[in-house]
Design a protein around this ligand. Structure first.
Ligand SMILES: Cc1ncc(COP(=O)(O)O)c(C=O)c1O
Length: 383
């Protein structure tokens, strides 16, 4: 069935006129209203004569954008602090731990995480952290029992991708949080590849931290990362990666020692990227209006459609086939990934590739079924 009653709001994404955009795992298309939003930012900046831009709008903007994202990931208002990017959000969490003095000094990660994860934890080894990377025997999944086995009484934190950027493998968040909390460990999930593509329930999972950013499935601009911290955990943490905006009374410009804000703002650092906040608002609004439930259902249906198409032709699918084990992308093994990306782009099909898994193809709510099938058919011709 090709017809669907869903309003895909395609006219709100001028980029879609240039071809079949299947890159929401990387950089989503810019919403038309983002241009206006950025102009609003320019006007506010151009017209300001003192610090009124901060007082009138900018100071509260981080909080506003954070609350919008919180709504989309199942967090309450006041649970998300905007960050420069997901890597800094992770480094902020890392800076809350004191590995050298604690019995709990293990951090459990996975082999399918985004490289920042490994780089940042690697840097914590000199501070006493022990890093255990749970392997991926097939390069596509990380066995749940191996993750659960790695979590013990010495574990301070389990930190891994909710959905892998490499294979679109989705871990079982509930089971991991349950096991970690049983032994007194905390859990951080990198939801960059799942927020905006599927239903997330931060509160019901009881997860302690979430990190991500807006440029992919959330249709926002770059440099708008975010950090969720479980509300009842917030006040017990004192991130050493900090700055004046995280102070309880930032405009007192007080001398040290640091007095952390009693809100999620304690996880801020310095001046926020105001343009990034303006760039994120229109996309977040669209995602809310279309609705995560609708988007998730479409994503499951179309990724299944693509997997079926590929398997019928004996292609190598490097994404889990079970619907609850996968995210919004389908990875298809091809001989020379970069060359195939180029050939597809020549035919106006926009995808990318990653080493070991091949093409990464991601339909979002704005893609039509016809586009998805056309992209797969063009790929078939090229193969
Ligand atoms: C799962 C995941 N985490 C983190 C990142 C990087 O985020 P940032 O550049 O905001 O640090 C990406 C970017 O592709 C990603 O896919």
């Amino acid at each position: 069935m090709l017809a669907s009653p869903l309003n895909r709001r395609r006219e709100e994404f001028p980029t879609l006129a240039s071809g079949i955009h299947l890159l929401s795992h990387s950089l989503g298309p810019m919403p038309r209203l983002t241009r206006e939003s950025m102009l609003e930012y320019c006007e506010a900046w151009e017209q300001h004569t003192n610090e009124d831009a901060w007082a009138n709008a900018w100071w509260e903007l981080s909080r506003r954008v954070g609350d919008r994202i919180a709504q989309l990931v199942g967090g309450p208002p006041g649970s998300i602090q905007i960050q420069p990017n997901a890597s800094i959000a992770l480094a902020s969490v890392a800076s809350c731990f004191e590995f050298s003095t604690a019995q709990r000094n293990k951090v459990v990660t996975s082999a399918l995480d985004f490289p920042s994860m490994e780089y940042i934890w690697e840097g914590q080894r000199v501070l006493g952290a022990r890093i255990e990377i749970v392997g991926s025997p097939d390069g596509i999944t990380v066995p749940l029992d191996k993750i659960l086995d790695a979590i013990d009484e010495t574990t301070a934190l389990v930190a891994m991708s909710h959905v892998s950027f490499r294979s679109s493998y989705r871990i079982n968040a509930r089971a991991i949080v349950e096991r970690a909390h049983e032994v007194g460990a905390l859990v951080l999930l990198d939801i960059y590849q799942s927020a905006g593509a599927m239903q997330l329930d931060a509160q019901a999972w009881g997860v302690d931290f979430l990190i991500g950013g807006t440029i992919k499935w959330l249709c926002g601009g770059p440099a708008c990362g975010y950090l969720y911290v479980r509300p009842d955990l917030q006040k017990s943490l004192r991130p050493r990666l900090t700055g004046w905006v995280a102070h309880d009374a930032p405009f007192e410009f007080a001398a040290a020692p640091m007095r952390y804000a009693k809100s999620i703002r304690r996880f801020a650092q310095g001046t926020p990227s105001i343009p990034a906040l303006y760039s994120a608002l229109p996309g977040l609004r669209i995602i809310s209006e279309v609705g995560i439930e609708t988007i998730a259902a479409e994503s499951q249906r179309r990724t299944q459609m693509m997997i079926d198409f590929a398997l019928e032709r004996d292609w190598r699918v490097n994404t889990p086939q079970a619907v609850n084990d996968r995210g919004g992308s389908v990875m298809i093994g091809v001989g020379d990934g970069p060359a195939m990306v180029e050939r597809l782009a020549e035919q106006k099909v926009f995808v990318d590739c990653r080493p070991g898994v091949g093409l990464r193809i991601s339909p979002h709510f704005f893609n039509t079924d016809e586009e998805v099938i056309e992209a797969m058919t063009i790929l078939e011709e090229l193969l």
